[in-house]
Design a binder for this molecule. Structure first.
Ligand code: 13P
Length: 249
């Protein structure tokens, strides 16, 4: 069964105390919603946020993990360390990591493997930048990111992965993809998965939309047949907005 998942990506926001307060407020308002909810916090928040989560549909996630498993890699945080905090999810390949930290699909493929080995569910991000969309290359870009990042996985491995389509031009800009643009790309991604892994795996894969998703547009976006929830940046920093988005599924 395909899961509906709304994940908040806090990015590099919130002090530890602010993060705990936000997580506590979200936890209080989780009450029988249709979607699973994930809080993707900075590393330093993970174990403390875990302590305030009491609802069975609320999960913890990280925003990145190292492409190395352990050792002399100063400043890195491994998938096994993340798992040991009680987290279940990890965002991999966010466009900000691709752009600012030069993460390549090959590196991201290593991260995906380490996440899976450590029983973390990867939320793998893909999406085109504006000039690529304007040049009509958005399908090719997303195909290549998915192909290089994910398609070396076995059927069993792939079936654990969540995909987030995040058009880069929509991230933090206030300009979301239209429901039609999102649906078109999500259906395309599902077709790629169908070709590679078959109908049943494709039908069960959660494909989230991310990019300026807010209470005012979430309902329409989530109503699309291939949009299975969202990866929420700015609006996940406010408990009211985030819960309103979760409730619009
Ligand atoms: P915004 O919701 O702030 O546009 O960010 C989306 C995002 O990057 C989530 O990962």
């Amino acid at each position: 069964m395909r899961k509906l998942i709304v994940a908040g990506n806090w990015k590099m926001n919130k002090t530890l105390q602010e993060g705990i307060d936000l997580a506590r407020a979200v936890n209080e308002k989780i009450n029988g919603q249709k979607a699973l909810v994930v809080l993707c916090t900075p590393f330093i928040h993970l174990s403390e946020v875990k302590k305030v989560i009491t609802k069975s549909s609320l999960f913890l996630g990280a925003q990145n993990c190292s492409s190395k498993s352990a050792g002399a890699y100063t400043g890195e945080t491994s998938a096994s360390m993340i798992k040991s905090t009680g987290a279940d999810y990890v965002i991999i390949g966010h466009s900000e990591r691709r752009a600012y930290f030069k993460e390549t699909d090959k590196t991201l493929n290593n991260k995906i493997r380490l996440a899976l080995e450590n029983e973390l569910i990867p939320i793998y991000c893909c999406g085109e930048v504006l000039p690529e969309r304007e040049a009509g290359k958005h399908f090719d870009v997303v195909q290549s990111q998915i192909n290089e990042g994910l398609f070396s996985l076995s059927n069993k491995e792939f079936s654990k992965v969540v995909i987030a389509y995040e058009p880069v031009w929509a991230i933090g800009t206030g300009l979301n993809a239209t429901p039609e643009q999102a649906q078109e790309m999500h259906a395309y991604i599902r077709d790629l998965i169908d070709d590679k892994y078959g109908k049943s795996v494709a039908g069960d894969t959660t494909i989230q939309y991310g990019g300026s998703c807010k209470p005012a547009n979430a309902k329409e976006l989530f109503a699309q047949p291939d949009v299975d929830g969202g990866l929420i940046g700015g609006a996940s920093l406010s408990e009211e907005d985030f819960i309103a988005i979760v409730n619009s599924i």
